[in-house]
Design a protein around this ligand. Structure first.
Ligand code: SAM
Length: 261
């Protein structure tokens, strides 16, 4: 990721964009709603970042310990800080500063969560097999990813130099068909307000920061043509309510359970 996006004056833009597109409360609510948490004993967070969602999940899974992995030293540090602030550090079994691909453990997990981090792992069968192998017999994994109908996916397809980050929920669904597991796709939407996305005929700074973040680019690298293209992309998805941000939760269960969750 281009760190300049988060520093200095870009930091303000990043915060404007986060305020615009943040749907983490609904994402956490979806995770809590889609599967049960109260009996969970082991939770693995893949690319957990600061761990805001993980803190809420732990509070809803009173018996659970959390295993956390993220290759970014800054994110691991922010996670440790956040867990300490939330008085949850003693519920953290392990913090691994590494990628999912490099992660090795004998532990099996009742719950595995990847919120907007599976782009870095992808649909290679080896990593999907590893995900399933890490689940305990009644375990479930939740992968939260953009849906192909989201403006996020449009920005990504058009502007990102890194094709990996185009991964959307539907692709993971298809790739998982090759495995003996139970998979369901749950799609959610948030309308982004038109007056925040546009500045007259132009894209607002929040939109540009959003497009830059999704495409892993610095906002200063957008050419005038690309800025016009961002407006076209926004207009193509524009409806009376705004522009849709659509995301999927892919729930993967290793076995068909009879417990009704
Ligand atoms: C967009 S952030 C999402 C952070 C957090 N889950 C959230 O929803 O706020 C993606 C995270 O994935 C991490 N990441 C990057 N490559 C990874 C990999 N190969 N395996 C696991 N995590 C990875 C990044 O360091 C970053 O913290």
């Amino acid at each position: 990721m281009d760190s300049s996006l988060y520093e200095g004056s870009h930091r303000d833009l990043f915060e404007i964009f986060l305020k615009l597109v943040d749907d983490s409360e609904a994402q956490t609510a979806a995770l809590l709603d889609l599967i049960s948490w109260e009996d969970t004993r082991s939770l693995l967070s893949i690319g957990g970042g600061e761990g805001i969602v993980e803190a809420t999940l732990l509070r809803n899974a009173p018996q659970a310990k959390l295993w956390y992995l993220d290759p970014s030293p800054e994110q691991c540090q922010a996670f440790r800080r956040h867990m300490k602030q939330e008085n949850l550090l003693e519920r953290v079994a392990d913090i691994s500063e590494m990628t999912f691909q490099a992660y090795e453990t004998q532990q099996k997990f009742d719950r595995i969560v990847s919120m907007f981090s599976w782009f870095y792992i992808g649909t290679d069968q080896r990593w999907l097999r590893k995900l399933l192998d890490l689940l305990s017999s009644n375990g479930a994994a939740c992968l939260v990813l953009p849906n192909s109908e989201s403006i996020e996916a449009d920005f990504n397809r058009s502007l990102s130099p890194d094709k990996r980050t185009m991964l959307v929920g539907d692709e993971v669904m298809s790739a998982l068909e090759a495995f003996d597991c139970k998979v369901t796709q749950h799609t959610y939407m948030k309308w982004l307000a038109t007056n925040e996305l546009f500045d007259g005929e132009l894209a607002s700074e929040a939109s540009l920061a959003f497009a830059a973040f999704v495409a892993l680019r610095s906002i200063t690298t957008f050419t005038p043509d690309e800025k016009r293209h961002i407006v076209e992309l926004l207009n193509a998805r524009r409806a009376a309510q705004g522009v849709p941000l659509v995301w999927d939760v892919i729930v993967v269960k290793r076995v068909t359970d009879s417990n009704g969750y």
